[in-house]
Each structure stands twice: as structure tokens, then as C-alpha cells.
Write a new protein. Structure first.
Length: 301
């Protein structure tokens, strides 16, 4: 039994066909098929049923694959540890943060890291919508802080980092804000909704909580969105941490709109499984995982 055979089995299960697995592994399909047959011969039972177009795990194969997935996860962890041990302090790390969350918790952590690793340059980008995920998958960010919508969970590792709430609001003088009760979607189509465009390109440029059929004003960031809403030119969802003072003063008021309740989103630190972490990124990840700030740089051996 070899590691390559286990990787081939994992690729087949993940992609659904021998051909797709071969493409993923950059190997000939015949080579992948040979690896699986050789593994089955050694084990003495069939792992994959070939009766249909797409191979499927046999009952024995399902049990074996569960252990295979566990072993491969351990191998990935070992590779990451080894890469971190042989690496020096990174010259630069890149972090992308969803603009819907407050920066302070991340900046507190990065400020401590900067004191411990002063030679490492830290690049922080605040991105809209799918922007952080687009950066991560393109290899332009070492870690992101975002929700899990559209995140390919099998390709990343995640750690909980907090939560945010997006609340529909309008200015106190906005016509819709003067009406009691829950406002219908049909009624809200009369009013301009202010939305923020994404920064992740066409594949990630989704705008959430958009009222279909309604008038729309698109802006590039939440500060512009808040200014337009406070001016009484429209309504829209805003992160609570950006409007606490405005809600307290009455400059903005919550709206009750059918189908648009306050949206609560869990925020996670997210990194790619296939990208090893150097010393600085390891320190950041460990701090988030343990909930403890790093106290000093690890001693070299």
C-alpha cells in the first residue's frame, strides 16, 4: 500500500470519475486505474464498483475510504508542520478581510504579531462580498476572515472568529420608515435599495439580500452606502458595528421588511489546505485556534 494509491482513491471519490481524477493528479487515466487495481489486489476486496458510468464505493470501500481520508489529512498536517519547521520568517503575509466585519479584532492580533516578527511585512485588504474568497483561491491571500458562503470546504481549513449582523435600515425621515408593521416586498419595490458591489470578479460578484424588481443604487463600499442611506436617498442592509451610533442617535432606524430579517453570519479564519504556513502564519493560526496571543517568537534550533 502506497501513499500515491491512497491519493488516487481520494481523487476518484472527490471528482467522481477516473478521468477527472487523472486530470486532477496530472496522470494518465490508465495509471490511476492501475494504482487502484493494484491496491484492491493487495487488500483482497473491491474498493470501487465499475458497473455504472461513475465509479462508486462498495460497502468495504466506504469503510476503507473513511480511514484513507483520515490518513491523508494527517499527511497534509505533517507536510505543513515540516514546511513550517524548515521555513524562515516570511518576507510578507497577505490577509483579506470581509468589509462586513469590524477590523479591530484582526488588527489587535496582527499588531501583536508585528511586534514579534518585525521583519515581516503585513498586507491587509478589506474586500466586498466574494472578494476575500477570490483572493484566497487565486493564491493572493494567505488567510481570509469571512463567512462560509460559497467556500469549498474540502479545500480549506477554518477556525471560528466571531459573528456579524446585517440589519436593514433607513434614515428616520425616509418614507418607508414612517410606516408601521412589516413592509411587503411589493411595497419596498417603490423605494431605491442601496447595494454594495463585490470585488471578487464575475465568479464572486454576488450581492446578497437584493430585492428583485426594485430600484437599485450600487456603490463600492459600506461607508458610501451609509452616507446615501443617511441622506434619505434609499434603504439597505448595514453591518451593525458601523451604525451603532446612528441607531442610538436616531439618525438611522431599523426597517421591518418581508423576507429581509436581520442576517446573522458566522465569521471564520480560512486558509487553504494545500498551502503550507511559515512561522508567522503558523503563529497567527495558533493564536486564533487557542484564543491566546503569542508571547514571543519561537526560538530557532
Amino acid at each position: 500500500m502506497t501513499l500515491d494509491q491512497l491519493i488516487a482513491l481520494d481523487a476518484i471519490v472527490a471528482t467522481g470519475t477516473f478521468r477527472a481524477a487523472a486530470d486532477r493528479l496530472n496522470k494518465a487515466q490508465s495509471a490511476v486505474s492501475h494504482q487502484i487495481r493494484k491496491l484492491e489486489d493487495e487488500l483482497g476486496f473491491t474498493l470501487l464498483s465499475r458497473d455504472a458510468y461513475r465509479p462508486s464505493l462498495t460497502s468495504e470501500g466506504e469503510v476503507f475510504y473513511r480511514e484513507t481520508a483520515r490518513v491523508l489529512e494527517q499527511v497534509r498536517s505533517l507536510k505543513s508542520v515540516a514546511a513550517g519547521l524548515r521555513s524562515e520568517q516570511e518576507a510578507m503575509i497577505s490577509i483579506a478581510i470581509t468589509s462586513t466585519m469590524a477590523l479591530e479584532p484582526v488588527l489587535d492580533l496582527l499588531g501583536t504579531i508585528k511586534q514579534i516578527y518585525p521583519a515581516t511585512n503585513i498586507h491587509v485588504a478589506s474586500e466586498m462580498m466574494g472578494g476575500p474568497l477570490a483572493r484566497l483561491m487565486a493564491g493572493d491571500a494567505d488567510m481570509i476572515f469571512a463567512g462560509l458562503q460559497d467556500v469549498p470546504i474540502d479545500e480549506v481549513e477554518t477556525l471560528p472568529f466571531g459573528a456579524i449582523t446585517i440589519r436593514p435600515v433607513a434614515s428616520a425621515g425616509f418614507e418607508a420608515a414612517q410606516k408601521p408593521g412589516v413592509l411587503s416586498r411589493l411595497e419596498m419595490q417603490r423605494y431605491t435599495q442601496v447595494v454594495v458591489s463585490g470585488t471578487g470578479g464575475k465568479d464572486f460578484d454576488q450581492s446578497r439580500d437584493v430585492l428583485s424588481g426594485g430600484q437599485r443604487w450600487t456603490v463600492s463600499d459600506f461607508e458610501a452606502k451609509k452616507s446615501i442611506i443617511k441622506a434619505g436617498l434609499g434603504w439597505g442592509g448595514m453591518p451593525e458595528h458601523l451604525i451603532q451610533d446612528d441607531l442610538a442617535s436616531g439618525a438611522l432606524v431599523p426597517l421591518r421588511v418581508d423576507g429581509f430579517p436581520p442576517r446573522h453570519t458566522e465569521i471564520f479564519a480560512i486558509r487553504r489546505r494545500d498551502k503550507h504556513m511559515g512561522k508567522v502564519m503558523t503563529a497567527i493560526w495558533t493564536s486564533i485556534e487557542t484564543g491566546e496571543m503569542p508571547m514571543d517568537a519561537p526560538q530557532s534550533t
